[in-house]
Ligand binder design. Structure first.
Ligand SMILES: Cc1ncc(COP(=O)(O)O)c(C=O)c1O
Length: 928
């Protein structure tokens, strides 16, 4: 007797909707095939019933999709109910493969129940260009008309199609506010939403998570108005979930009145209901066309077709030096002619100048600003390493203080050296067990600002720079960080290094935790009178000028005075790390109310750092990456999350693999004190997306699910060894390791096959270990246990930043941590002013014990973990030496093992009147 295996409908699994849907179709297909192979099985408990149950499970998700549509679904339903096992199996199989291959996007025939149907549901006029396939998308129509009228309405919409249309779309209908929200979350093919006013609020579906999600998103006032099912409110909600979607509103009020409503911001067009349907059709198409345009790339393609004579200095342009060569033609064959046809050093002919863009690059940057929610965007062709340096230089003057995560990317440290700014290093929470750092607790940031305030140095603090998310996946509550810091200093500027996190803009889950997402939320909050009231209540309690000595200030969750706080936010992202840009493609996003104050400085910074020969292909890829994310980023990010979850589950539940390997979960990566929601795992039995969404809303730090730290020390491998094993033996590449782990990450490029391959490899390696231990006897087992213990338990303590030597501190009597790192950096250039000491020499221990202090001349950055354990001018303490002595990594930047540690000599340090001659500097006496 066949078992009914259809899973329960998973309509609430918002962030895995695509995979969940494919899985449900696969289940149905399997059930239908089984029945088709044994068509005589009928009745409630038979194969037919299993098929029926699988079909029922599919239904909730299908209501929000255009394909396969009501007609095909009805045909399947009829065949199942009527006992046509073969017919059902055939049709289900066809739909299932069309969904997988996405052939329905280009083949209208897929919308028919039978191949030879003579009344096509989705007749399409031929495209203007013969052979051209028009991109396909879906449009959501939210309407108060009864569902019985939707098929006719759909046909009317299809009749509007014209041969000259650039795209083809299919309509999807829903009839309530909640269903519209569901469709926007679940249908990844949507590009536009057309809202006819007058629909009800409640969905007839049972979706508790949606209801809780909506109630967390909608303010009470919004809910009241939504009860009246207001189109403007729905538009706002849709924009909140997926800002890239176009919204067209058909209002029953006068459009002029709607447009002046500030809530209507973001609606593409408002029509009076009686408007021409063709106008709506054209608005839909033009909205998508706007996102689809890639001003620079489009022009570069045109340029490549032109017969251009080049007399500038770039012999590869047009490829003649390559294709005519006797010796290097293979380069041309490998890359293809277009690469060379699209090479130029010209900034005319529409190619524009990256250094002073006024044409297509400017347009492409403006499009990126729209897509990423910034006021302006700068394209950078030398990676985020350069973007960071540009921003530091543009914002900082010598002597300005920067509150910086010591663990941040080296481009920040070097940026501060170049700008002459003084870093005030704050520490991320350590995760000693994995030799990693997390992120900087809000308390440490506030304490730094308050200490500086108490020392009378707050006016010197210009910026705060933090990495969001960190290499290992720690994501800040960006809004909270900015609110609390702005409460202490309203003019602070934030540089969020989102090198890894550019993609996050395109998921409603992540977006509030991005720099630009938080900026949008704060903009709205600052304009809300209720926020000012909250602030005034706080002011009553703590005063307008916060007292740094008042312990309550540190303990209170502060908000800034919205009348004074300014939103001055910069974000840098390595577009090449998480989107489809070529290597080194990076962007600087600017959302700075006072940008005009820095405009010239920003230009100078660009001139300082950008190459005068930027690579055209990188610029074009930035343009294209933006286009892709605006049109399909939502689905791609959703899939990257889903794959990460699949890896987490597969590794941690596989009976053999989980004996040796483990993907670290939320509770391992984020200490409980930072997990206000109490979430421990994304994948534990019973965990729902409601829990995850709550953690994303409430927790001080969350773990980006797509960043997977795989513990390999438990399999006897250190991170570097295991990384090499995967690369050399199994062709699996990754880039970060720790003492006992490697970091895997899923991105928009991964597929389920990658997951399957990874698991297969881990099974193979686990089997090999198992076999080795079995055949090696006691000795092998003991050696293995000792190796695991050394990797997992004997982990070195992570040293904190100590302090700068008094020589580099403006106020040697003071106790704040900032220091003039640039002065120390350049002292290292003076060969005679420096000395070397071997790491293992007893001289080091003697100096640690009784001085003179060891003062680092260089940045010393071991890989892994990749953060500077010494910076120029830093007094080196015993814990740093101990850490370094225990390090078993080969790559340590800034340190030459043959020479030893490079130190600034005492004589050089004493050459300054600032040097404190006291036995113990004030900063050490204060126990900082
Ligand atoms: C946090 C962070 N910022 C900046 C960078 C530099 O980015 P890019 O490689 O694009 O120069 C990196 C590189 O790994 C990074 O991890």
């Amino acid at each position: 007797m066949a078992k009914t295996t259809a899973p329960a409908p998973r309509i609430d699994h918002f962030f895995s909707a695509v995979a969940a849907r494919l899985d449900l179709w696969r289940d149905l297909s399997r059930a239908a095939q089984a029945w088709g192979a044994n068509p005589t099985s009928r009745g409630d408990a038979g194969l037919q019933a299993a098929c029926q149950a699988a079909l029922t499970a599919i239904q909730p998700l299908e209501d929000f999709q255009a394909y396969p549509g009501a007609r095909v679904l009805n045909a399947i339903r009829e065949r199942v109910a009527g006992g046509d096992a073969m017919g059902a199996a055939r049709l289900v199989q066809r739909v299932s493969s069309a969904l997988l291959s996405r052939s329905y996007r280009s083949d209208a025939g897929e919308f028919e129940a039978e191949d030879d149907a003579d009344t096509p549901e989705r007749a399409m006029p031929a495209a203007k260009t013969v052979g051209a396939t028009r991109p396909y998308f879906e449009v959501l129509f939210v309407t108060p008309t009864p569902p019985s009228r939707w098929p006719a309405h759909a046909q009317q919409i299809r009749k509007l199609r014209r041969p000259e249309d650039e795209f083809v779309y299919e309509p999807v209908f829903v009839g309530s506010f909640e269903d519209a929200a569901l469709a926007v979350i679940l249908n990844t093919n949507l590009e536009s939403v057309v809202i006819y006013d007058g629909f009800p609020y409640e969905s007839s579906r049972d979706v508790p998570l949606l209801k809780s999600l909506l109630s967390s998103r909608l303010s009470a006032e919004l809910k009241d108005r939504a009860a009246g099912a207001d189109g403007v409110m729905l538009a706002k909600l849709v924009k909140g979930f997926r800002p890239e979607l176009d919204i067209i509103l058909l209002a029953d009020k006068k459009p002029e009145a709607m447009i002046s409503d500030p809530e209507a911001e973001g609606i593409r067009r408002v029509f009076y209901e009686v408007e021409e349907p063709l106008e709506i059709h054209l608005s839909i198409l033009s909205g998508v066309a706007e996102r689809n345009v890639t001003p620079f790339f489009d022009n570069l393609k045109k340029y490549a077709q032109k017969p251009v004579g080049t007399f500038h200095a770039l012999p590869v342009a047009r490829g003649k030096s390559i294709f005519k060569s006797n010796w290097i033609r293979d380069m041309g064959e490998f890359y293809g002619a277009n690469l060379f046809l699209a090479e130029s050093s010209a900034t005319s002919g529409g190619l524009d100048s990256l250094l002073e863009p006024t044409g297509n690059i400017k347009k492409a940057q403006d499009a990126a600003a729209r897509a990423f929610g910034a006021d302006r965007v700068f394209f950078v062709t030398n990676g985020t390493s350069t973007s960071n340096k540009m921003v530091h230089q543009a914002l900082l003057e010598p002597g300005d203080i920067v509150i910086a995560d010591r663990n941040c990317h080296k481009s920040h440290h070097y940026g501060m050296v170049l700008a002459g700014a003084q870093p005030y290093y704050v520490e991320a929470f350590p995760m000693v067990a994995y030799s990693m750092y997390g992120a900087v607790p809000i308390r440490s940031l506030k304490k730094a600002l308050l200490d500086l305030k108490a020392a009378g140095r707050l006016d010197k603090v210009k910026t705060v720079t933090l990495t969001n998310c960190t290499f290992d996946g720690h994501v800040y509550d960006v809004r909270r960080v900015m609110e609390e810091c702005l409460a202490i200093k309203p003019g602070l500027i934030f540089l969020w290094d989102e090198a890894w996190f550019g993609f996050a803009r395109f998921s409603p889950l992540y977006r509030p935790r991005t720099a630009m997402g938080a900026r949008a939320a704060l903009k709205e909050a600052f304009a809300d009178p209720a926020y000012l009231e909250r602030y005034l209540a706080q002011e009553k309690l703590l005063g307008a000028d916060l007292d740094p000595k008042d312990a309550r200030v540190l303990d209170t969750r502060l908000i800034p005075d919205p009348r004074k706080a300014k939103l001055r936010i910069y974000q840098t992202n390595s577009t090449h790390k998480s989107m489809s840009a070529l290597r080194q493609g990076s962007m600087v996003l600017v959302g700075d109310e006072d940008y005009h104050r820095h405009e010239q400085a920003f230009k100078e910074a660009v001139f300082t750092h950008a190459s005068t020969s930027p690579n055209q292909q990188i610029i074009a890829s930035l343009d294209v990456a933006r286009r892709q994310m605006e049109l399909e980023g939502y689905e791609m990010v959703m899939q990257a999350i889903q794959l990460a979850l699949e890896i987490r589950i597969a590794v941690n539940t596989h009976p053999l693999v989980s004996k040796y390997f483990r993907v670290l979960d939320v509770e391992n990566m984020v200490p409980a004190e930072f997990r206000q929601s109490g979430l421990k795992s994304y994948t534990a039995e019973g965990a729902t997306w409601a829990d995850a969404a709550r953690a994303f809303r409430e927790d001080e730090f969350i773990l980006d699910p797509t960043r997977l730290s795989l513990l390999c020390g438990t399999a006897g491998y250190d991170g570097t060894q295991f990384k090499n094993l995967l690369a050399n033996e199994y062709e699996i590449q990754l880039n970060k390791t720790s003492r006992n782990s490697i970091l895997l990450q899923t991105n928009i490029n991964n597929t389920r096959s990658d997951v399957a391959n990874l698991l297969k490899v881990l099974v193979e390696i686990s089997k090999e270990i198992e076999g080795r231990l079995k055949s090696g006897g006691d000795e092998a087992r003991k050696a293995f246990a000792a190796r695991v213990k050394s990797l997992v338990e004997d982990v070195p303590d992570l040293p904190n930043f100590s302090h700068f030597h008094d020589r580099f501190r403006d106020d040697p009597q003071g106790t704040t941590l900032e220091g003039d790192m640039r002065a120390a950096f350049y002292m290292a250039y003076d060969h005679d002013g420096c000395e070397h000491l071997k790491l293992m020499s007893p001289e080091i221990d003697k100096r640690l014990l009784s001085g003179p202090p060891l003062v680092s001349a260089h940045f010393v950055i071991p890989y892994p973990p990749g953060f500077p354990i010494m910076v120029p001018g830093q007094v080196i303490k015993a814990d740093t030496i101990e850490f370094m002595r225990k390090l078993d990594v080969k790559e340590i930047h800034g340190y030459d093992a043959n020479l030893g540690l490079k130190l600034i000599s005492l004589a050089a340090l004493e050459g300054s009147s600032k040097t404190s001659k006291k036995a113990k500097p004030a900063i050490e006496k204060a126990g900082v």
